[in-house]
Design a protein around this ligand. Structure first.
Ligand code: ZN
Ligand code: ZN
Length: 687
């Protein structure tokens, strides 16, 4: 720490040479000794000379410091000039401090600087950014001299508050709208979800003979991404190449994002690999792209590469990578990321904190999720939804409903997702009456119109509870077109209740709507098997075979030492295969002693009983459990994820295993969680 007098000398030299950034650095170093009157005097001299430090403060992101200096100037009796005002107003804009801005406006009037266009433009910008667009407009209308900056400030102001019609009117009125005017329109439409209009504005700009700049491209590409319009996106990519902007890091990152969001992940990666310079936005676009396209392992791998490249994640990166951990059930890696979030100080970001809660809940660690949820100071609807969904999926349905009651008193309004989570909780708990109450209350008390997701939940709720005729009537009366998933709910519900008539009807519709869906064939043939109609089951299976439709192979995975181990049914590829099968062998002996016999009803192959038993004994989840038992410390929880629904037999077997080995086994199947403990499952055998 230099003593003030030395610092003052350096400061004076830096400023004299116009090296403002260095001056600022020195200034920050001597911050605590700034009370030294000599320093103050010096600073003020510099301010008078060139408004230099004030500008430097603003440019380097210290609006608060700029204010302090401005007030100091006034207290010392130094008159601000038009440049001082043009410099301090953006600081008000940055801090969104309207009251301060209005005070300054008053000083400007008193000192007679209002006719200076540079001051007026700064005022327009301040009012627009502080959310007072009307005050900006009043001033704009009385301005004697307007330049292109004045027009563009107003256009951008309207476009950012979402008043796009007004913004467009100004563009049309403006003598010669330039690339900045049109770019503001493109950005405004894009940010407000009016993607078609964004494209229109982009085209009009082209027709006006204006060459888009990097900002225009960075605004139009997210519109293509959100629309999932790859074709338009590719056209724009072509124009970017023509304009010579492909190596611009902002544009290139937006391209990666566009290709990824349009599902063209290979192309996204190709561009990403070609980028000469990658910033946090580029890395995040790639990570989010992998996660959104279901390449969760790739997302995690890219996240690690980013860290190795020394690029620090931002809140968006964390909010993109956490869902990948959640989907993988990769708790260990998720916990590492949670730790990095704490270290980076982003835990105060509500989006990040909610994603952390969601990750723990989806990895089956619901108590930790709750603990963290309770610590979020400013919860929003996403945080609440994460917890409700977590409770519902983990089978703690009454907790889910209790939390929903708490929302009402929290000042947060539930949204459509909240209701979908609540209906899910009712479905898993078989609470038909409550579910209907929430469903009807949505539109009645909360003005939220049910979407297809809510209708699916209701069909599932009624169907699982055995109200099959009611489900059928509900579906045919739905005001939205019943999608494949709705009829699948009915078909699915018919199996345990052996209602062949309705089940076959739903299957017939499904075959017409989506003939390639293996699930329909499997569900229908299983249903025939249950009632002993082996001939019909065989017909369905032959049909499936003839049409070349393959059942999705069941697989389960488990994380160990931050590595994911994947198993398929009867898998023998794992290095520990020998031990795993031996473990299963000894377990099955212990299970038989405990009174368990494998139920092979669901094995549809025409094979001997013994062989059937072999098949069910080596379902993927059992292999993963055996691996877990071999590799994790005694008494710890084993966590498995399965890509399909857990079968009846494996469900029973896992209950026995949890008792024999005295461990909690958490299985997340495609629908929900099963927490197996002491011979029981949290789903109450209802799934
Ligand atoms: Zn199974
Ligand atoms: Zn269960």
């Amino acid at each position: 720490m230099p003593i003030p007098s030395t610092a003052n000398l350096i400061l004076r030299a830096s400023c004299r040479d116009g090296r403002l950034k260095e001056a600022l650095q020195i200034l920050l170093a001597i911050k605590d000794t700034l009370i030294n009157s000599c320093t103050n005097l010096l600073l003020l001299q510099i301010c008078i000379a060139r408004n230099g430090l004030l500008q430097a403060y603003r440019r380097y992101g210290f609006p608060q410091e700029a204010f302090k200096l401005f007030h100091q100037m006034q207290r010392t009796g130094i008159e601000p000039n038009q440049f001082t005002f043009a410099t301090i107003l953006p600081a008000c804009a940055k801090l969104r401090n309207l009251a301060q801005g209005m005070d300054i406006h008053q000083s400007i009037i008193e000192r007679g600087f209002l006719s200076e266009v540079v001051v007026e433009n700064a005022l327009l910008d301040m009012y627009a950014k502080c959310g007072s667009i009307q005050k900006a407009r009043d001033l704009f209308d009385i301005m004697s001299e307007k330049n292109v900056v004045s027009w563009n400030t107003m256009i951008a102001g309207y476009a950012q508050c979402g008043a796009l019609d007004e913004a467009l009117r100004l563009v049309k009125e403006m003598p010669r709208p330039d690339v900045i005017s049109w770019s503001a329109m493109v950005a405004g439409y894009s940010q407000n979800g009016l993607f078609e209009n964004a494209l229109e504005a982009f085209k009009e700009m082209h027709l006006a003979g204006l060459k888009p700049n990097t900002t225009t491209f960075a605004s139009i590409l997210p519109a293509c991404a959100k629309m999932g319009d790859l074709e338009v996106g590719m056209d724009i990519h072509q124009r970017i190449i023509e304009c010579g902007f492909s190596s611009d890091v902002v544009v290139a990152s937006a391209l990666v994002d566009m290709y990824a969001k349009c599902g063209s992940i290979g192309k996204a990666r190709e561009l990403f690999d070609k980028m000469l310079e990658r910033d946090v936005v580029s890395w995040t676009a790639m990570i989010a792209g992998y996660a959104q396209n279901g390449f969760n392992e790739k997302a995690l791998e890219t996240f690690k590469q980013m860290q190795l490249a020394g690029v620090k994640p931002n809140p968006t990166t964390f909010a993109s990578i956490l869902p990948a951990c959640a989907k993988m059930g990769a708790l260990e890696q998720g916990m590492d990321i949670h730790q990095s979030i704490i270290e980076s100080g982003f835990y105060s970001n509500v989006v990040v904190a909610s994603a952390v809660v969601d990750m723990y809940a989806k990895c089956g660690s619901i108590h930790k999720a709750r603990e963290l949820f309770d610590e979020i100071p400013q919860r929003n609807v996403i945080s609440w939804n994460a917890l409700i969904a977590g409770y519902a999926q983990n089978g703690f349905c009454s907790d889910a409903l209790k939390i929903f009651e708490l929302i009402k008193h929290s000042g947060t309004n539930p949204n459509d997702v909240t209701f979908a989570c609540v209906l899910l909780a009712c479905t898993y708990a078989g609470l038909v009456e409550e579910g209907c109450k929430y469903f009807n209350g949505m539109s009645e008390f909360h003005c939220i119109m049910p979407t297809i997701d809510h209708y699916v939940c209701m069909a599932d709720l009624l169907g699982r509870a055995g109200y099959l005729e009611e489900t059928f009537n509900f579906i045919i009366k739905m005001p939205v077109k019943p999608e494949v998933v709705v009829w699948t709910c009915l078909l699915d519900a018919c199996r345990p209740h052996n209602n062949i008539r309705l089940g076959a009807f739903a299957a017939k519709l499904l075959f017409e709507m989506y003939p390639d869906n293996a699930a329909t064939y499997v569900l229908l043939s299983n249903m025939y098997v249950e009632v002993g109609r082996w001939g019909d089951a065989q017909i369905v299976r032959s049909l499936m075979k003839d049409r070349g439709i393959k059942k999705i192979p069941g697989c389960s995975w488990i994380e160990d030492h931050k590595m994911i181990h994947v198993f398929c049914a009867g898998d023998r590829s794992h290095p520990q295969t020998q031990e795993i099968y031996e473990k299963l062998e000894s377990l099955s002996w212990e299970m038989k002693v405990a009174g368990y016999f494998p139920d092979s009803t669901h094995v549809l192959n025409d094979v001997e009983e013994e062989e059937k038993e072999f098949f069910v004994c080596h379902h993927s989840e059992k292999l993963a459990i055996a691996f877990g038992l071999l590799n994790t410390p005694p008494r710890t929880t084993i966590r498995i994820v399965k890509n399909l629904r857990v079968c009846v037999e494996c469900h029973t077997a896992t209950k026995f295993i949890s008792n024999i080995v005295a461990r909690e086994i958490v299985v997340r199947d495609v629908n929900r969680f099963h927490h197996f403990k002491q011979g029981k499952c949290s789903c109450g055998d209802y799934w």
